[in-house]
Design a protein around this ligand. Structure first.
Ligand code: DQA
Length: 148
């Protein structure tokens, strides 16, 4: 399978940005970590994309249409209000897992609601960078049609 891994706004600052919330690993560390899981699970290609711009994220999701088998996305703050990203995900009908480093449900009120969640096949929150690994394992298991 080919999986698109998208990180939204401010995640390019990972490692430097509020490390007490988001940890000290960089986005490059995360990509390396998740790549290790991909090779461990075999027959899996990852495409990485980060953008601070809503429209670029929408365009990238469109590229997945008929081309990729799954999407893992941390939409950053767009999680809470981007109907454009939500519609792009439902429009391409590619199974999508939503990831958040922090537990959005225990933080500020505005983070409790995700407009992405209803169009995602799963959500991983609160496990830090490990969340991307868990998402990939879950997504590949789902794609291969293995239950449990
Ligand atoms: C985040 C949570 C969002 O509320 C926040 O705006 C982010 C990061 C997370 O990974 O915990 O940018 O998506």
């Amino acid at each position: 399978p080919i999986i698109l891994v998208i990180n939204g706004p401010n995640l390019n600052l990972l490692g430097k940005r509020e490390p007490h919330i988001y940890g000290s690993e960089t986005l490059a560390d995360v990509e390396e970590k998740v790549s290790r899981v991909a090779s461990e699970m075999g027959d899996c290609e990852l495409i990485f994309f980060q953008s601070n711009h809503e429209g670029q994220i929408v365009d990238k999701i469109h590229e997945a249409f008929g081309a990729y088998d799954g999407i893992i996305i941390n939409p950053g703050a767009f999680t809470h209000y981007s109907y454009a990203i939500r519609d792009a995900i439902s429009g391409v009908s590619v199974p999508t897992i939503e990831v958040h480093l922090s537990n959005i449900h225990t933080r500020e009120e505005f983070r409790h609601h995700s407009v992405i969640a209803p169009v995602a096949v799963g959500q991983v929150v609160g496990f830090g960078t490990m969340g991307y690994e868990l998402a990939l394992r879950g997504l590949l298991t789902m794609i291969k049609g293995v239950k449990g």
